[in-house]
Design a protein around this ligand. Structure first.
Ligand SMILES: [Zn+2]
Length: 126
């Protein structure tokens, strides 16, 4: 796993919610195994603006690899994470991973990984 900017490694390791960091590390590991390349952390903490504010709560991390991954491969990683982790069993419309183009540091599509106090690993992954 790589960091787009030097300060992001400290934020990731010392401030990001540990479960969120663990899921991000898992996504990077799967990316390396499946696609032979690493993910890059592009954003951890951000002040709340027009978004949900979840980055300001240190419960979300953005990851990308614009150079080596196709949109289909990013979507595959996203689906894989959501097959394993459930954001909040009471609110099934919320997902742990979103593949979208909102708020990305590189301005493009990226993986947004987020957690909630209710986030759990599925007992029986899909
Ligand atoms: Zn995000």
């Amino acid at each position: 796993m790589k960091y787009q900017k030097p300060h992001l490694d400290k934020q990731f390791e010392e401030e990001l919610e540990p479960l969120c960091a663990a899921i991000a590390l898992y996504a990077d590991m799967r990316c390396q195994v499946l696609f032979g390349c690493e993910l890059t952390v592009t954003s951890v903490f951000r002040e709340k603006t027009t978004d949900s504010g979840i980055h300001a709560l240190l419960r979300a991390v953005d990851m990308d690899n614009d150079k080596d991954l196709t949109p289909e491969q990013k979507q595959e990683l996203c689906d894989m994470i959501n097959d394993i982790f459930v954001y909040d069993v009471g609110r099934k419309n919320f997902k742990v991973c979103k593949y979208h183009s909102v708020g990305g540091t590189w301005g493009g599509d990226h993986l947004h990984i987020q957690i909630h106090p209710a986030t759990r690993q599925r007992i029986y992954p899909k």
